[in-house]
Every structure is written in C-alpha cells, then in structure tokens.
Design a protein around this ligand. Structure first.
Ligand code: PLP
Length: 385
C-alpha cells in the first residue's frame, strides 16, 4: 500500500487488497486468502477470471496478429461488428469501437453534434464516465464540480421522471442519454414505461435516444442489452465493461439514420477494435450463447433477489439479472463491505446505505448460496446497536 501511495495517483484512494490471480469467481490476494468475487471488476468479468475460451482466443490472437492501425481491416473486428448487428436485431446497426465506457459515450456525444444541434438532456445522478465530454453527461455534482466549466447545453433532469423529460426535450434537442438502470447511482430501476416514453418524446422532436448500456449490457440483466424489456429500439447503444470480458473494449452502436452520421475523418481511436480485444469479445459472446449463460443469470437472479430481501437489516432489493442493489436500514454499507472482505467476499457500496453486487454471469448456485451466508453475517455484525 505504501508502494501504491508513492507511485500511483491518489484518484482512487489506496486499495485495501492486492489481487494476484483468479479462477472463475474466486480470486487470490497477496494476503494469502481466497475471496468470492461478487463484483467481477464492477460488472466486467462476465465469464469470471481465466475463462478457457477467452484465454485461448487471446493467446492465439496475440501470436497471430497483435495490433493493426485503423487503416486496415482484420477478421475479428468485422465478425464482432456483424455479431453486434445481429444482437441488436437491426441490419442498419453500425459500430464504432473504442476502449472504455467513457469513450463510447464521448463518441455518442460527438455523433449527436453531427445532427447540427447541440442541446442534450441527461439525468441527475447518472454516470457516463470521467473524460470531459462523458463527465459533462454524468449527473453527479461531486464528480463534476472540480472540473467546471464542462460542455454547455446539457440539462440534467431527475431519473425515471417522464414528465420532467417531456418538459426538457424540444426540437432543439440533439440527444437524450440515459442508463436503462442506473448502476453507479446505486442500482436505480426506472418505472416500466420510462424508456417507451423517452422513445416517443425523442421521435416527436427528432432527437437521438442514446442508451448507455455500459453496465447493463452483455447479458448483465438477463438480456443482451439492458433496455430490451422495454420493447423499444434506441438510436445509439453504448457498451464497454462486459464486452471484452476483462480486456479493454468499448463500442458505440448507431442504428437507423444515426448510423450514417459519422463520415470518414470524424472520429477515431488507435486501439479501438484491436484484434486481441475483439478476439476476447467474440469468445465472450460465443461462450454466453454456448453455455446458455443468460438462463443462469435469470435463475441465480431470482434466487438472490428472494434471499437478499429476507435478510434482517436489508430494507429493499432492486435491480435486474445479476446487477443487484440492496438498501440497508442503517447507513453502514461501508462497514458491511469491510466485514464481508474479512469473511472472504468482495462486494461494493455505491452509497452510505446501499450495497451493489455484479458477479460473473456464470456464477454457480453454490457460490450464490455462499454469498447469501456471508452477506447475512456481515450485515448482522455491521449494525449499529
Ligand atoms: N457508463 C456507465 C453506465 C458506467 O457504469 C460506466 C462505468 O462505471 C461508464 C459509463 C464509464 O465506463 P469506463 O469506466 O469504462 O470509462
């Protein structure tokens, strides 16, 4: 930890644990202990650690062709873009690849400028990333304030409030961006008709509807993309996290008219669509399909939502699939995280009273049962008396 403080920026604070290796949903740390990983790199290691299909694909690719510039095509980038197109169910879908969620949202923001309009509506408390464009979309004052002035013309309205959105969107709106479920804000699920209403308001005003599926995509909610339950089709989908299964990869997928807004020279990224990262993504998608992992997400989700709700000290359980938030009846979430870690479980507290779990999508029922046992004990032992 002293080495960290001496050589790394303080932007994350100092971590309490150094992880050395991982297999599936178990990680080993330099303290010699093994931990049950219920955070999976914050919804990123969708197949857990060291999945054989990712290891094989990446190993083969790195020894075949490690990197090309974007002057050249390569088989993986083509196959992945075509696969994502199929997953959206829309033949017009065209993808721009980048390396992170922030970059995917930056790309969406730049794409919206090509409509000729500059006004944007986003939501309070939303998280869309930390680069200056993505941060301008992010609706969390604590993250924004030190870096003002940010991009102007972006209005933030309360999440889940269709009326506030209707008032904010007009003919001058270039784009509206929301997370299907807010992740970093503490797993907040909007009313069931929210996305449908947003689709209507955007259509009425010629605005692009951008759905940030960085945290809710790639099977996290039991569907490929976190918005699918709504039945709508967005104009833009942004992805990252689970897409590369642990390798850095982001994507901005534009559909319909939006898919032709970017022209040659408008945007780019040296590593975007890199052969190794795209090899990993293809392995992720094929494994999710082959191992019927979306069925597992739904089965384990049902178990966890039921069991967590029964734990004394838990007030509310929310989320979808394997993105689950549990609010506690006392503001002891940080204590619960610490106690869980002592008991061999990794989870996270996005707020004083909220715990988030986002394990690998191939987590086993036995591991889910172990989570419930440790979490129950941690909540019990963390309560203020
Ligand atoms: N959008 C959402 C919904 C996220 O949850 C995150 C990260 O947590 C981001 C964007 C930013 O992604 P990245 O950290 O890869 O830039």
């Amino acid at each position: 930890m002293k080495r960290w403080q001496k050589s790394l920026q303080d932007n994350y604070g100092t971590p309490t644990l150094e992880l050395i290796s991982g297999k599936g949903s178990l990680v080993k740390a330099s303290d010699g202990k093994t931990y049950l990983d219920f955070l999976a790199g914050i919804a990123t290691n969708v197949l857990g650690h060291g999945h054989p299909a990712i290891v094989k694909a990446v190993t083969k690719q790195v020894s075949t062709l490690g990197h090309v510039s974007n002057f050249y095509a390569h088989p993986n980038v083509l196959e992945l873009a075509e696969t994502l197109q199929k997953m959206t169910g829309d033949k017009s879908a065209r993808t721009f690849f980048c390396n992170s969620g922030a970059e995917a949202n930056e790309a969406a923001l730049k794409l919206s400028r090509k409509t000729g309009k500059i006004r944007i509506v986003a939501t309070k408390d939303a998280f869309h990333g930390r680069t200056m464009g993505a941060l301008s979309l992010t609706g969390q004052p604590s993250k924004r304030n030190p870096f003002k002035p940010l991009i102007r013309g972006i209005k933030h309205v309360p999440f889940g409030d269709s009326i506030a959105m209707k008032r904010a969107i007009n003919k001058r709106t270039a784009m509206v961006i929301v997370e299907p479920i807010m992740g970093e804000a503490g797993v907040i699920v909007p009313p069931v008709d929210y996305l449908k209403n947003l689709r209507q308001y955007c259509d009425d005003n010629g605005a692009l509807l951008v759905l940030d599926c960085v945290q809710t995509g790639m099977g996290r909610t039991g569907d490929w993309f976190g918005y699918e339950y709504s039945g709508i089709k967005p104009d833009v989908i942004t992805l990252a996290k689970g897409l590369g299964g642990g390798l850095p990869l982001g994507a901005m997928i534009a559909l319909g008219k939006a898919s032709h807004l970017f022209e040659a020279g408008d945007h780019g990224s040296t590593f975007g669509g890199n052969p190794i990262a795209t090899a990993a993504a293809l392995a992720v998608i094929k494994s999710i399909e082959k191992e019927k992992i979306l069925n597992n997400v739904n089965a384990i989700s049902e178990y966890l939502l039921t069991e967590i709700a029964l734990i004394e000290g838990v007030q509310e359980v929310r989320g979808a699939g394997l993105l689950i938030g549990a609010t506690l009846d006392q503001p002891v979430a940080k204590k619960v995280v610490k106690r869980s870690q002592e008991l061999g479980l990794l989870i996270n507290a996005p707020g004083e009273s909220i715990i988030r779990i986002a394990p690998a999508l191939n987590i086993s029922m036995k591991q889910a049962e172990k989570f419930v046992a440790i979490f129950t004990q941690a909540v019990k032992e963390s309560k203020n008396v």
